[in-house]
Structures are given as structure tokens and as C-alpha cells.
Design a protein around this ligand. Structure first.
Ligand SMILES: [Zn+2]
Length: 112
């Protein structure tokens, strides 16, 4: 007799809700703040933001992972946005992406 309230173990997973929220919002704020949209800068923004926020791991049913984010968004939204904006400003001021094409490191002489 199957208990309908119990799900098979493979239907549950853990989720860092803070990471999911930051990844969800990063694109919007990167664009708003005028940060370089390259993958490296996006990753830097997400990593910097997550470093400033408490990590929140929860065990969820895989199907419920996204809807339950709104609970945490209500709880952490304000702090998260302020951390996200601070991270955007930091990455914008000091981008760490590989310089493309004509931007060679300055002050380096090439001796042939
Ligand atoms: Zn970039």
C-alpha cells in the first residue's frame, strides 16, 4: 500500500534558495546597473552577491523548487537586491573578464 504523501527519494532535491534567487535576479540588475553583460562579469556578480548573503539550503520536491522561491524572495528580497547592486558596482568598477582584442596589458614591453 503506497502512502501518497511520501515521494520516492529521487523526487526530492536540495536547493540553495539564495543562489536560485540571485541567479534569477542577476540579469535584470546587471542590465539596470550597466554592468558588462559577458558571462564572466555575470558570474562575478552572482559570486560576490552570494558571498554577502547567508546561504539557505532547503530540501524540496523537484517540481516545487521554483514556486517556493517566492517565500524566500519576500523574506530576503530587500537585502538581496542591495547586495546585488553593490556587487554590480564592484564588478563594473573592476571587471575581471579577459581583455579582448586591442586591450593589451599596459606597461609591458615585448622584446623580440
Ligand atoms: Zn565582462
Amino acid at each position: 500500500m503506497a502512502n501518497e504523501n511520501m515521494l520516492p527519494d529521487q523526487d526530492v532535491t536540495y536547493l540553495n534558495v539564495m543562489q536560485a534567487l540571485v541567479e534569477d535576479k542577476a540579469g535584470k540588475y546587471i542590465q539596470m546597473a550597466g554592468v558588462c553583460p559577458c558571462p564572466r562579469c555575470r558570474i562575478d556578480v552572482v559570486a560576490l552577491t552570494l558571498s554577502k548573503m547567508p546561504s539557505k539550503y532547503v530540501v524540496v520536491q523537484k517540481a516545487d523548487a521554483v514556486p517556493m522561491l517566492s517565500v524566500y524572495e519576500n523574506r530576503y528580497g530587500t537585502a538581496l537586491v542591495s547586495s546585488l547592486l553593490a556587487a554590480c558596482e564592484q564588478v563594473k568598477a573592476h571587471p575581471r573578464h579577459a581583455s579582448g582584442g586591442d586591450e593589451k596589458p599596459r606597461g609591458v614591453a615585448f622584446v623580440r
